[in-house]
Structures are given as C-alpha cells and as structure tokens.
Design a protein around this ligand. Structure first.
Ligand SMILES: Nc1ncnc2c1ncn2[C@@H]1O[C@H](COP(=O)(O)OP(=O)(O)OP(=O)(O)O)[C@@H](O)[C@H]1O
Ligand SMILES: [Mg+2]
Length: 317
C-alpha cells in the first residue's frame, strides 16, 4: 500500500510567491514506461528539499521536467512562480545534471567562463562569479588545469560550481556526491548549507540517505514514479519512542514483562522496545531489575532514515 504522510496541500494564490516549486499531477511516460506518475508537491522557497528513491524511481525525470529539458505527458508545474520551461525562470535556476561531461580540453576556469556566457551573465560580473565558484567548490588551485586531468570527484565539484554561477534562486542537484569521498561529501553538505543561508532553494536528488538526513529540511520518497512519503525527517521517522537495552540474567519467561511497555525485538542480550512512552523507561528498568535482570545499557533508539526507507519501499510493493 502506498503511504503518504502529508496529503497534497491546496495552495492559496498568495502562496505562489513563496513557493519555489509546485507540481500538480505531473507525469511522464516513455512509450509503455511510466517514468513519473502524477507528482503533486510543493517546495517553499529557501528550503533544502531531498528527493529520494531507488534506481529508476523517476528522480531524474522529475528534475528534467522541472528544468524544462523534457515535456510532461500530462499535469502541470510551476518553478519560481512561472510555468515550467519559462525562459525567464530558467535563468534563475542552476542545474547539476546527473550525467555530464565537460569539454576535456578546457580548463576548469574556461568551463566556468563558457557557462557564464551561456547563462548570459553580464561580462563585468563573470570574473567574480568564476573566482567565487572555484573557491566555493575547492578547485581554486586547479583552476587552470584541463578537465581531462580531473578525477571524477573533481569533475563533480566543477559541475556544482557551474550550477552555482549567477547566484540562482533555485538549484537542482542530481546526485551531486555520487563520485565523492566522505570529505568531499562533507564539503558539499557545507556548500548546500551555505546556499540555504543566502536564501537559495536546493532540490537534491539522492539515494544517499544519511546525506539527505543530515542536510534536508523536508524529503519526498518516490518509488516507481509515485510519491510514497513526504514530510520532514521527524515526520517520516515517526515520533514514537524506542529504547534499546542490554540486559543479562533474564529468564525467557520474564521477557513477557516487556510487552506491557511496547513491542520488543530481542537479539542476544539486546532488547529493542518500540512504542514505549519515554516516561515509562525508568519503570521498565525497575521491573527488569525486580525480576532479577541486570541492566548494562539503556539508550534511545531512533529509526534511521535508511530503515524507514526500506520499510516504505517494502510496504509499497
Ligand atoms: N529517455 C528515456 N527513454 C525511456 N525511458 C526512460 C528515459 N528516461 C528515463 N526512463 C525510464 O524512466 C524510469 C525513471 O528513470 P529516472 O532516470 O527518472 O530514474 P532515477 O530515479 O533518476 O534513477 P537513478 O537513481 O538510477 O538515477 C526508468 O524506468 C527509466 O528507464
Ligand atoms: Mg537519476
């Protein structure tokens, strides 16, 4: 069964100005393949929005529709208040495509200069834009090296630099860290936070859940072209408490005491109790001790986004 944590909202007219993205039943089919089936959602301006889903879910298709690279089969969408594909709105959008390749023979600086020209950035602003992009993505020391000599991760940084040119209001990043090492991923998260601090809306396609968890204000989970969950990370993870304890000395018959507090899962000495009222944790511990158990560890157990993601995808089959 599909699960939607927050139903699509009805958007009032005065809200349009505060929305970076709005879609209504946006769909794309390629022959018999449904790449995206009726996407309805809104992304307020200034938000970091994560778009999550397994391979082939429709993430890249959604981004291509929103940036106007492909046309919807049905449905509607608005980006920065204008219908998707609008030329003026497109000038205020930055885009890091999933699969890109810059001209091998150009240097990083030349690639950025070329894109300034393509984006119509005024000549007197180009130098500052290029230097700032190089600095922000950490390529200043390699600015005059040719792209042919760059590692995948360096090319991805360059792609991010290109997406940032002209200080766009909205940036689409399609798997921006797929080629990056942990330090590179950390750097990109910092860059994304910096973009948010200056008011840029960031739409982040990713299947790297821990990364999305760390940086996004809200996320949509899509599977086979449909949104199966949408909300903040706490919304998605649910608010019910869970606690994990390491207990020794309990007889199997004593384990029944856990059921009064919530559902229990046992692995060796570890007991995970889900759905427990946080105020009842001391009572649970006292009860374990009363029946002869020895409590070594008590820790809150928050479901990870990855666990929730797998649960949602499992539920959607
Ligand atoms: N140009 C195309 N022609 C035919 N089918 C396509 C085309 N582009 C995408 N599809 C199909 O649409 C579906 C969604 O693809 P999409 O690239 O949007 O997925 P994704 O979520 O970005 O996946 P990934 O995580 O692998 O990047 C897939 O079944 C894919 O094969
Ligand atoms: Mg993709």
């Amino acid at each position: 069964m599909a699960e939607t944590l927050s139903a699509p909202r009805v958007v009032a007219a005065d809200e349009t100005a505060t929305l970076a993205i709005e879609t209504r039943d946006l769909a794309k089919t390629y022959g018999r393949i449904t790449a995206l089936a009726g996407l309805t959602m809104t992304v307020p301006r200034g938000e970091i929005f994560g778009f999550l889903g397994p391979n082939g879910a429709g993430k890249t298709t959604a981004v291509k529709l929103l940036v106007g690279l492909t046309h919807p089969t049905s449905g509607e969408g608005w980006v920065l208040g204008a219908p998707i594909g609008d030329r003026l709105a497109r000038r205020r959008i930055g885009y890091l495509p999933e699969l890109f390749r810059y001209q091998d023979w150009l240097s990083a600086r030349e690639v950025l200069e070329l894109h300034c020209e393509l984006a119509g950035i005024p000549k007197n602003e180009r130098k500052r834009e290029v230097e700032e992009a190089l600095e922000t993505v950490g390529l200043a020391s390699r600015a005059d090296d040719r792209v042919a000599t760059f590692s995948k991760g360096m090319q991805q940084r360059l792609g991010l630099g290109v997406a940032m040119l002209g200080q766009p209001d909205l940036i689409f990043l399609d798997e921006p860290t797929s080629a990056l090492d942990p330090v590179g991923r950390h750097d990109i998260r910092e860059i994304i936070r910096g973009l948010k601090a200056r008011g840029t809306t960031v739409f982040l396609n990713s299947h790297l859940l821990s990364e999305v968890e760390l940086v996004c204000d809200r996320v949509a989970v899509i599977d086979r072209g449909r949104v199966i969950a949408l909300g903040t990370i706490p919304d998605l993870l649910g608010e019910t408490g869970a606690v994990r304890l390491r207990v020794t000395g309990l007889s199997p018959s004593a384990e029944i005491l856990f059921h009064r507090f919530g559902s229990v899962e046992i692995h060796d000495d570890w007991y995970t109790v889900r759905g427990i009222d946080p105020d009842a944790v001391p009572d649970l511990v006292a009860e374990i001790v009363r029946v002869g158990g020895r409590v070594h560890t008590v820790e809150p157990r928050q479901q990870t986004l990855e666990e929730r993601f797998l649960q949602l995808l499992g539920g959607a089959t």
